[in-house]
Design a protein around this ligand. Structure first.
Ligand SMILES: Nc1ncnc2c1ncn2[C@@H]1O[C@H](COP(=O)(O)OP(=O)(O)O)[C@@H](O)[C@H]1O
Ligand SMILES: [Mg+2]
Ligand SMILES: [Zn+2]
Length: 354
């Protein structure tokens, strides 16, 4: 998979300039913070950077190494020593990754905290990476707070989240916040160009730009689309447009704006026939509606991307889609929850029986 193959492995390779500079400065200084908070949209390099940081502080060949025969002043991980390699394979006992989306309760957090009392096995630091940190329960946060207030000398916490506003302020204030923001089209374009070169994919710049602009500000999505397009042997800009159209989420919102049930149902049918994943479809539409909500209320600025749906319609649609999302688990036919949600949406806003 391109997006895994081309995951950044050194701080130099991280494309988000501000995050890169900030982490570099921290690693250059003599004292390390014990708690980091990585904030940013999906696919902007939070997990990759957390692993790079874990390698950097445990590497046997850089400035953090306690090996007397090592005189390197670099803070970059070497990616060659036993520690770097084993962190790369997720088999290093001193780096503990927890996905809070599936381990959000007090027991899991308590287990994690218990782990922090052990000293590192191979020198360096024990690094605790908590992904989707906003999913932790209140009880879990309370337990974690105590540890973050007085972290053991040898422990480093890295909390990663896409939803800063869902984290308690008390937690946020104890962490050093690093913003990964969104990936911009130019950065994604240069990543695609780099991958295309190494993979010998001969695509025009226009084509790579088209893919970059459809990547929803995510490096991961960009790399995925490039891989799918190459796999399907698609070459021309028109073909790529068609390909993105079938899978494109913008399209569905545009159809919803027109409130055309027939077009909506046939779009969903196409999407389903093409192997589309309804879970990520709903997630993507909800993300877009959420942005639209913020744009409409001037919380964020974006003049050229405004939906014609009004606030009531946006919130009704979000509510119905969240229900559809929950119903995905129990449906015999994947497309049903979205179909029902949209039928109900049209029905409610038009106030008529369909
Ligand atoms: N800053 C970046 N520079 C280049 N590629 C990146 C960058 N961030 C993410 N990617 C690509 O996106 C993929 C997902 O990144 P990841 O670190 O898992 O993002 P997140 O944790 O923020 O969702 C990586 O495997 C890599 O291919
Ligand atoms: Mg991640
Ligand atoms: Zn190393």
């Amino acid at each position: 998979m391109f997006y895994l193959k081309y995951r950044p492995k050194t701080i130099k390779e991280i494309d988000n300039l501000s995050a890169k500079v900030m982490i570099g400065k921290i690693l250059e200084s003599s004292t390390l913070p014990h708690a980091f908070l990585f904030v940013g949209q999906k696919g902007t390099g939070k997990t990759s950077t957390a692993r790079i940081l874990a390698k950097a502080v445990n590497c046997l060949n850089n400035k953090f190494s306690s090996n007397p025969s090592n005189d390197s002043q670099s803070y970059e991980p070497c990616n060659k020593c036993a520690n770097c390699k084993s962190i790369g394979l997720s088999s290093f006992t001193d780096v503990i990754e927890m996905d809070a989306a599936s381990n959000r309760g007090i027991e899991e957090i308590k287990n994690l905290i218990r782990e922090t009392s052990f000293l590192p096995m191979s020198g360096g630091f024990r690094v605790f990476i908590i992904d989707e940190a906003h999913m932790i329960t209140n009880e879990g946060f309370n337990a974690l707070l105590k540890t973050l207030e007085e972290p053991p000398e040898s422990a480093i916490f890295i909390l990663a989240t896409t939803n800063l506003e869902k984290l308690p302020k008390t937690i946020v204030s104890r962490c050093l916040k690093i913003n990964f923001g969104k990936a911009n089209t130019t950065d994604i374009y240069s990543m695609l160009k780099r991958i295309a070169k190494i993979e010998n994919i001969d695509f025009s710049d226009d084509l790579l730009r088209l893919i970059a602009s459809h990547s929803e500000n995510s490096f991961r999505d960009g790399a995925k689309i490039l891989e799918e397009v190459t796999f399907q042997k698609i070459k021309s800009v028109e073909e790529v447009e068609r390909f993105l159209g079938i899978r494109g989420r913008n399209d569905l919102i545009e159809i919803i704006e027109k409130k055309d049930l027939k077009k909506t149902l046939s779009w969903i049918e196409d999407f389903s026939q093409n192997g589309g994943d309804f879970k990520s479809l709903i997630e993507d539409i909800l993300n877009q509606l959420h942005s639209q909500l913020l744009i409409k209320n001037d919380v964020i600025k974006n003049e050229d991307n405004q939906t014609t749906l009004n606030l009531n319609e946006i919130s009704l649609l979000m509510k119905l889609l969240i229900e559809a999302y929950q119903n995905l688990r129990n449906t015999p036919i994947d497309s049903l929850p979205v179909e029902i949600a949209l039928i109900e949406f049209y029905n409610k806003i038009e106030g008529k029986k369909l």
